[in-house]
Write a protein that binds this ligand. Sequence first.
Ligand SMILES: NC(=O)c1ccc[n+]([C@@H]2O[C@H](COP(=O)([O-])OP(=O)(O)OC[C@H]3O[C@@H](n4cnc5c(N)ncnc54)[C@H](O)[C@@H]3O)[C@@H](O)[C@H]2O)c1
Length: 263
Amino acid sequence: MDLELKGQAVLVTGAGSGIGQAIALAFAAEGAAVAVNDLTRERCQETLELLRPTGVPAMAAPFDVTRLDDVRASIGEVHDRFGRLDVLVNNAAIMVNNTPFVESRPEDCEREIAVGLFGAMHCTRSVLQGMIGRTHGRIVNIVSDAARVGQEKEVAYSSAKGGLISFTKSLAREVGRHGVTVNAVSPAATDTPLRREMLGRLEAKLGAEAVAAREEKVRRVYPVRRIGQPNDVADLVTFLASTRARHITGQICSVNGGFAMPG
Ligand SMILES: NC(=O)c1ccc[n+]([C@@H]2O[C@H](COP(=O)([O-])OP(=O)(O)OC[C@H]3O[C@@H](n4cnc5c(N)ncnc54)[C@H](O)[C@@H]3O)[C@@H](O)[C@H]2O)c1
């Protein structure tokens, strides 16, 4: 199926690793021009190198999504280079630690919400006027099943994602009439550096054997009996960004191997 993304311009936040990197590569495979955002130019580098053989126009857009002035300036540069921005994927997020909320530090909670929720709002704010002006745009927010079904020891992180889910729905109602769709893709456990760091922290606390047993249990909870791979998420993101998904907006779509089946 041709997703008709050839020549479209895409910005993916947090694209230096994991799911964001897979999304950037998936858009390039469809022939789209890709702006790779991450915290620093160095963190964008690996993805840019992976993009090079595809031959699509690609650029680094290094900024911290929580800093609105930097977001605006860098997205301005993306517009200058590509002449437009058709697709924004709000993927950047952090999970500071896995502690019960009662033991968590307020500053860690604030940072998780600042990156996961306000960061997505800042990026969206910076692209939306252009999309409305051209009566075409696609915004895809990466949320988490942790927000859809609740997740212990991830209270602030999942609160950021819960906010992003509400943002997705309400914004979709505002901008649909302007040809802009807003959807969310909700992964469950996916094998990325973020998840491996989380497992590393658990291992330091509980030991390798306990974590291996926990992983086996996790796999058994998934009807498809596997942990997700970044490409599983990227495939749905490119579809939602395509013209094929023109009638889909305000939806929260899980890519979770059947882990949860919210109604
Ligand atoms: N991996 C999972 O199991 C899983 C499950 C559900 C949802 N998700 C979501 O998928 C998305 C990608 O997660 P991942 O597992 O690939 O994580 P990751 O840590 O591998 O990648 C996230 C990237 O975001 C960047 N980043 C962090 N703060 C930033 C900021 N302020 N500004 C710009 N970039 C910033 C990081 O440097 C990193 O490269 C996130 O939204 C995450 O919440 C992941």
